[in-house]
Design a protein around this ligand. Structure first.
Ligand SMILES: Nc1ncnc2c1ncn2[C@@H]1O[C@H](COP(=O)(O)OP(=O)(O)OP(=O)(O)O)[C@@H](O)[C@H]1O
Length: 340
């Protein structure tokens, strides 16, 4: 793999399971992933592929029937073996999560002033005045116009985009080493979406924060991510540097995902939805979980599950027949067969 800067978060042999009356749900299986200081890792995949539960497990936010196993190391400390108190101290101080709906992080009955300064008072032990001054400065930094006036308002008085900026300000206040943003722009309109992504890019570069951006939308990762991990049925099926991935995906699922999104440089007719549906994680198909939807599946794919393996320098793919020339390491997309 491409040399990652010193990992801030490292998942090793990491899985998430839920017990249900119908049996065990293997939501996330055997992940090995890391993200380094100042690096942005995008985690993409269709709904239900395990993106959110992976990081809910890291933050100790799984529902009661869920359990994460393996290791989730933040600067070498395994969060999975920590007490609730130890985890509380790290959450908010060393790592923060930003969700799709900013109201999950905001208290509707509290002025922005108090929401932000309280974070610093609790986690950094700052005096109220200093905390408020720092909070106001951060509000300006995340591009809130008329920050002084907004400081005295309640969340419902702000637009959705502005609320998300406040949440980002709140996440950054303690200068965390890691931010996980789960679909942070999905609820926003396209122009605001681009502004918020720019904001993430600028601020993580400025503070050297490791950023994990969870999204179902491959389109949003191009301008912001350094690396991309593509998830399918609870596993990473491809991992690569963003430019390499966009130039030539090595896994048929990534290729299919790319064909399924509209692009400004292509005719709308070129959008080609992925046939079929993702597998039921309680009853995954034998072999490669993607084989029932794959245009290139062969017998081996129906029988044996391919491991995530290095297919070229800096990229991994879980496919028996990745689009990579073994001798040269060049990625080669085969001609598409006529059938779907
Ligand atoms: N409490 C639960 N009990 C049982 N299964 C669950 C529970 N929570 C999540 N799951 C299952 O875990 C799997 C992964 O879900 P997850 O939310 O991580 O997917 P996702 O890729 O983030 O999708 P989305 O983009 O829709 O959020 C899904 O099959 C989901 O049904």
């Amino acid at each position: 793999m491409q040399a990652t800067p010193q990992p801030v978060l490292e998942l090793r042999d990491y899985s998430v399971r839920f017990s249900t009356p119908d049996g065990e749900v293997a939501a996330v299986s055997d992940l090995d992933l890391s993200v380094g200081a100042g690096e942005t890792l995008a985690v993409v995949g269709e709904s239900g592929s395990g993106k959110s539960q992976t990081f809910n497990g890291v933050f100790g936010l799984l529902s009661r029937n869920g359990r994460a196993t393996g290791a989730a190391l933040v600067e070498g400390r395994n969060l999975l073996s920590m007490s609730e108190k130890g985890l509380d101290a790290i959450r908010g101080q060393d790592m923060a999560m930003v969700f799709q709906d900013p109201m999950t992080a905001l208290n509707p009955a509290m002025k922005i002033r108090h929401q932000l300064s309280e974070t610093l008072q609790v986690h950094k032990g700052m005096k109220r005045r200093d905390a408020e001054a720092a909070a106001l400065a951060m509000l300006r930094l995340v591009g809130i116009p008329e920050a002084e006036r907004r400081f005295e308002q309640y969340p419902h008085q702000l637009s959705g985009g502005m609320r998300q900026r406040v949440v980002i300000a709140m996440a950054l206040l303690c200068r965390p080493k890691l931010i996980v943003a789960d679909e942070p722009t999905t609820a926003l309109d396209v122009t605001i979406q681009a502004q918020i992504l720019d904001l993430f890019r600028d601020l993580t570069a400025e503070f050297g924060t490791a950023l994990v951006l969870i999204t179902h939308d491959l389109g949003v990762v191009a301008g912001i991510a350094d690396r991309v991990a593509v998830m399918y049925a609870g596993r990473v099926v491809e991992e690569a540097a963003v430019d390499a991935l966009f130039q030539r995906p090595a896994h048929p699922y990534t290729a299919a995902l790319m064909r399924s999104i509209p692009r400004v440089d292509r005719e709308i007719e070129a959008v080609d939805p992925i046939p079929g549906r993702p597998p039921d994680v309680m009853r995954p198909p034998p072999g490669c979980p993607f084989h029932p939807r794959c245009r290139h599946a062969e017998d081996r794919c129906r029988r044996e599950r391919p491991p995530l393996a290095e297919v070229a320098p800096g990229r991994r793919a879980a496919c028996w027949f990745p689009f990579v020339d073994a001798a040269s390491g060049a990625v080669t997309l085969p001609a598409e067969p006529a059938h779907g």
